[in-house]
Ligand binder design. Structure first.
Ligand code: PMP
Length: 424
C-alpha cells in the first residue's frame, strides 16, 4: 500500500482508536460512528426474530424439504448459502440488480464478500486493486490482510475513467496488473459523493477494455433522500465486469452479519470463467467461515418473506430520520460556519450516512483528542481513509446514529474548535 503514516492499518485500529476516545470521554457527542440508528431496532426484538425464524421454517417446509428444517439450520450448511433466491428477489426489486440465485453467494456481511473477492481476483504478487482516495478502510484493510497491493487513483473523483486508464497503463509499464477496481458509487463512505450515470458508463467501458473487475459496494443505495436514483453499475454492465456487493447491515441490522456477492452472467463474456470464479470464491469461503450462519440467514429470510422481498417500506422510517438528520446537520453547518464562508467547505449529499468537511488546517489524531477533551465532540479525520497526505485537511461527519439535538450541539462544538484553530 502507498505509505501514509496517518492511516491506521485496519478498520479494527480505527474502531479501537475511536472507542478509546469515546471511552475516555463518554459524554462527548460522536459524529464519528457510521452506524445505523438503533431507533428502529425494537422491530427486531427476540419475539420478532423468533417469528421470522418460524416464518422461514414454514416456507422451507412448504417447499418439500424432507429434513427437519430447524435441525438443518443448526447443522453445517451449504457454503454458497441457503437463501439466495430470496436475496436475489430483494436485490432485483429494491436495488435494480438482476441476480439469478446461481450467481449469488451469501456472505458474513459485505466485509467477507470484499475479502473473498480481493483475494480471489488478485492472487499474483503483481496484481493490484485500484481504489478511490479516500476510500472505505474496510476495503483497504481487507486487501492488506490478504496481502493484496492497493493503488489509489490519482486526483479527485471527477474523471475516474481517465484515472483508471492512466493508472492501469502506469502499472503495466511497471510489470504489474490492475485486476480490480473497488468503488462505492452511491453515497460513498467516507465522502458521501455519488458517481453519476455518465461516469459509471465511462468507468464500465474502461474496465471492460482493460479487463478490470469492478467491485461495486452498495451498502447505502437504499438511503436516498433527494433526487433521482442512478442505476447501479451492475445494472449498466453489459460486458460482465461487475461483482455487486450488498448487505443487510444498514437495512436490517449489522449484528446479523448477512450480506451477499453477485457475479455477472459472464466474466468478460466467458460463462465458464464466471462459473470457475464462483467455485473459487465458494472454496475460499469454505476455508474461511464454512458457511454464513444459517440461523442469521433464516431470520433474514423470514423478514424478507414478511416484507414480500422488498425492504423499501421497512427502511422508510430510517430514510425519513436520516434525511432529517442530514438537513439538521446542513442547517447547523450553514449557521455555525457562516462567519467563515470561503474558508470551510462541505458537500450536500443526497443520501447515505456521511458528508465531508474541508478545513484550512491539518486535522489529525491529536486534533480528535483536542476536540473531545476541550469541546466534547468526536469526529473522524478523513486522513484515516486516505492513502496519501491529500486528505489531511478534511473531516468525515456522520449523521446516522445521533439525534437532532446532538447534531446541533456537536456541529457547534466542532465550530468552536475550528474557530479557535483558525485564530491561532
Ligand atoms: N462497505 C462499506 C462502504 C461500509 O461502509 C461498510 C460498513 N461500514 C461495509 C462495507 C461493511 O458492511 P458489513 O457490515 O456488511 O460487513
Amino acid at each position: 500500500m502507498q505509505g501514509n503514516s496517518m492511516q491506521p492499518s485496519s478498520q479494527a485500529t480505527v474502531m479501537n482508536f475511536l472507542n478509546e476516545v469515546a471511552g475516555r470521554f463518554p459524554t462527548a457527542i460522536s459524529l464519528a460512528a457510521g452506524r445505523p440508528t438503533e431507533r428502529f431496532f425494537d422491530r427486531l426484538q427476540p419475539s420478532a426474530l423468533l417469528r421470522a425464524l418460524s416464518r422461514y421454517e414454514q416456507y422451507a417446509s412448504g417447499r418439500g424439504t424432507k429434513r427437519d428444517v430447524m435441525a438443518s439450520l443448526l447443522q453445517y450448511g451449504r457454503t454458497a448459502g441457503m437463501i439466495e433466491e430470496l436475496i436475489s428477489a430483494q436485490l432485483s426489486r429494491d436495488e435494480g440488480v438482476v441476480a439469478t440465485p446461481d450467481r449469488l453467494i451469501v456472505t458474513a456481511g459485505c466485509q467477507e464478500a470484499l475479502a473473498l473477492c480481493l483475494a480471489a481476483l488478485c492472487p499474483e504478487p503483481g496484481d493490484v486493486a485500484l481504489v478511490c482516495n479516500p476510500t472505505y478502510i474496510g476495503a483497504t484493510g481487507a486487501a492488506d490482510a490478504s496481502g493484496v497491493a492497493i493503488v489509489a487513483l490519482p486526483g479527485n473523483d471527477d474523471d475516474l475513467a481517465a484515472s483508471v486508464a492512466h493508472t492501469a497503463g502506469e502499472l503495466r509499464r511497471q510489470g504489474r496488473t490492475a485486476r480490480v477496481l473497488y468503488v462505492i458509487p452511491d453515497f460513498d463512505n467516507p465522502t458521501g459523493r455519488v458517481i453519476d450515470e455518465a461516469q459509471r458508463v465511462a468507468l464500465l467501458a474502461v474496465c471492460a477494455q482493460q479487463r478490470i473487475v469492478v467491485l461495486e459496494d452498495n451498502p447505502y443505495g437504499m438511503f436516498r433522500y433527494d433526487g433521482q436514483p442512478v442505476p447501479p453499475m451492475a445494472a449498466l454492465d453489459s460486458a460482465g465486469s461487475v461483482i455487486y456487493l450488498s448487505t443487510y447491515s444498514k437495512t436490517l441490522c449489522p449484528a446479523l452479519r448477512v450480506g451477499s456477492l453477485t457475479l455477472p452472467q459472464t466474466l468478460f463474456g466467458d460463462r465458464t470463467a464466471r462459473m470457475q470464479l464462483f467455485e473459487e470464491l465458494t472454496q475460499r469461503k469454505s476455508f474461511l467461515t464454512v458457511n454464513t450462519s444459517q440461523i442469521a440467514q433464516a431470520i433474514v429470510a423470514g423478514l424478507l418473506l414478511e416484507q414480500d422481498c422488498s425492504l423499501r417500506k421497512w427502511v422508510q422510517p430510517a430514510v425519513d430520520l436520516y434525511r432529517d438528520n442530514r438537513d439538521t446537520m446542513l442547517r447547523q453547518l450553514d449557521r455555525v460556519f457562516a462567519p467563515l464562508a470561503g474558508t470551510i467547505g462541505w458537500n450536500r449529499p443526497d443520501g447515505g450516512f456521511f458528508l465531508s468537511l474541508d478545513l484550512p488546517f491539518r486535522f489529525d489524531a491529536e486534533a480528535v483528542t483536542a476536540c473531545a477533551v476541550e469541546h466534547g465532540v468526536i469526529v473522524m479525520p478523513m486522513a484515516f481513509f486516505a492513502l496519501d497526505a491529500s486528505q489531511d485537511r478534511r473531516i468525515r461527519l456522520a449523521f446516522s446514529s445521533v439525534d437532532a439535538a446532538q447534531i446541533a450541539a456537536g456541529v457547534s462544538a466542532l465550530g468552536a474548535y475550528i474557530a479557535q484553530r483558525i485564530e491561532q
